[in-house]
Design a protein around this ligand. Structure first.
Ligand SMILES: Cc1cc2nc3c(=O)[nH]c(=O)nc-3n(C[C@H](O)[C@H](O)[C@H](O)COP(=O)(O)OP(=O)(O)OC[C@H]3O[C@@H](n4cnc5c(N)ncnc54)[C@H](O)[C@@H]3O)c2cc1C
Length: 485
């Protein structure tokens, strides 16, 4: 079974050429901006080479001055207003290889865009060659083997639209617009990970265009180092053009939600901390502080009626001052919708909430963030927690709570307070952080990225040195090639 989305933007390369857009404007090939890595040497190639690339690729080619350039460079996080050298919506793997070859030849960094939902805005970068994978959105399902193969630019909603009607599912994030690969390559904060592991744990194969331009098949028996690295190591190792996911039966979650408001957030957190010590594999739990609603606790169970009733009764008893809303929850392709906005984020993986000082830090953040910031704590339990930390590059193992602090703004004058709230309270949480989910970090220092990966960092750096010694793929939570600092 296959499906693919219609292309919303109908500009073809031929139209672009006809209007003369491709050849318009001179190109400052050396003017690249960099994140967390030393700059590449400036290219000495003439802009004409970029024209040659434009003629050779089959997909849409845009550069500064093209009519669609300004629209196409927008990403979900509007805080990042960046100007790539050019953007190629690759039509096929050959296009990806052409772009990678061009970037390598001219030492131009590559930005990979999947669903465009990176909190850190990594899908677009100043001076980079953007490889846009929106056309890689085919989903095919082998029902017998229970495997879905998805293109590297597929969004969650496109995957779920194909597998949910078949009664199948695989752990994914909450928002259908997010890119499957952008999420799974970094690991995934997903449900039901207690039963099936998180997104990267269900990747059983992949196709990768490496920085040397090779197309490699990855799997348990093929290119094992790279297969290990792409399950948690993000976009550091090249362009993933296909991912194969193990599928599971679609389960209904019985869910209870307790809207607790702003009273005694520390007390609500302490209760949550006790309850999550004993959440079975077939259940999930989360604690949110919404900037307007205050604390909201949710828990859910995927089991039979008796197990569900006992589980929810325990939570009702613990939060007995509030009447929960209870009901079934079945994933939909679209899931939750979060409109594009300007956002600052920080993340940490917390072991538990048994230390009262940590509870106080979180409660203080919640109160100080009223009207500004949101806090999310998602329980990682069961299968996802039991996988050994070094089995994949994804380092958030052992039972824990993945936290995300986020603050948005709509007026320029609100940016500084939002960023300050995130920075201040993110730093306050750090003493309790056992690594971090790299997709929940903003653009980060090397020290932060090393901490986030913990003991998996050295192996990531070794693999990076083998496949991407020039660090062409640096617009991500960048693992520096071993030997570079
Ligand atoms: C509204 C919203 C909801 C979210 N919900 C969740 C959630 O529930 N769970 C969760 O775990 N995360 C969630 N996230 C975080 C999300 O997983 C990351 O931001 C992720 O990087 C987005 O991927 P993308 O493809 O949409 O983004 P992009 O900006 O397109 O890509 C981000 C980076 O991922 C890498 N990348 C993407 N595709 C490829 C590829 N095919 N090959 C190589 N590298 C690639 C590149 O480094 C790229 O720069 C959410 C983010 C937002 C904005």
């Amino acid at each position: 079974m296959t499906a693919s989305r219609d292309h919303a933007v109908s500009w073809t390369r031929r139209e672009v050429l006809r209007t003369g857009v491709v050849t318009a404007g001179a190109v400052a090939l050396g003017g690249c901006a960099h994140v967390g890595a030393p700059p590449a040497s400036p290219s000495t190639e003439p802009a004409g080479d970029l024209d040659a690339l434009a003629r050779r690729v089959r997909g849409r080619f845009l550069r500064d001055g093209s009519p669609l350039y300004d629209d196409a460079r927008k990403v979900w996080n509007l805080a990042y207003d960046r100007r790539p050298l050019a953007m190629v919506r690759c039509a096929d793997v050959d296009d990806v290889q052409r772009c990678v070859a061009f970037a390598r030849r001219h030492r131009i960094p590559v930005a990979v865009r999947g669903g465009g939902h990176s909190y850190a805005g990594f899908g677009v970068a100043d001076g980079a060659l953007q490889i846009d994978l929106a056309a890689f959105n085919t989903v095919s399902v082998d029902r017998e083997r229970r495997v879905a193969s998805v293109g590297g630019g597929t969004r969650i909603k496109e995957l779920l639209a194909v597998i949910l009607p078949l009664g199948l599912h695989t752990p994914m994030g909450a928002c259908g617009e997010v890119g499957v690969a952008g999420l799974a390559l970094a690991g995934g904060d997903t449900s039901p990970r207690g039963l099936f592991g998180t997104a990267c744990d269900n990747v059983i194969g992949a196709q990768l265009v490496t920085p040397d331009g090779d197309v490699r098949e990855l799997g348990p028996d093929r290119n094992g180092d790279l297969f290990w690295a792409i399950r948690g190591g993000g976009g550091n190792f090249g362009v993933v053009t296909r991912l194969d996911f193990r599928l599971h039966p679609l389960l209904t979650q019985q869910r209870a939600t307790f809207a607790l408001g702003w009273n005694d957030i520390a007390g609500a957190l302490r209760i949550f901390g006790e309850l999550v010590q004993d959440v079975p594999d077939d259940a999930r739990a989360g604690f949110t502080v919404d900037r307007t609603m205050g604390a909201v606790v949710s828990c859910g169970h995927y089991g039979g009626a008796a197990a569900v009733a006992a589980f929810i009764a325990k939570w009702k008893n613990a939060y007995r001052s509030v009447q929960p809303s209870i009901g079934p929850s079945v994933p939909t392709p679209q899931g939750e919708v979060w409109a594009a906005t300007s956002l600052a984020v920080d993340g940490a993986f917390l072991t538990d909430l048994t230390d009262d000082r940590l509870v106080d830090v979180l409660a203080r953040a919640a109160i100080a963030g009223r009207g500004v910031g949101a806090i999310l704590l998602g329980l990682s339990n069961g299968v996802a927690a039991r996988i050994a930390m070094t089995d994949t590059a994804y380092p958030l193992r052992g039972r824990g709570l993945s936290s995300l602090l986020s603050a948005e703004w709509h007026r320029p004058e609100d940016r500084a307070p939002a960023e300050r709230w995130v920075a201040e309270h993110g730093a306050a949480l750090r003493p309790w952080a056992r690594r971090a989910y790299v997709n929940y970090l903003g653009p980060s220092t090397q020290e932060r990225i090393r901490d986030a990966y913990g003991e998996n960092y050295p192996r990531l750096a070794r693999i990076k040195a083998e496949v991407d010694p020039a660090n062409l793929f640096r617009f991500n939570q960048n693992v520096l090639p071993e030997g570079r600092s």
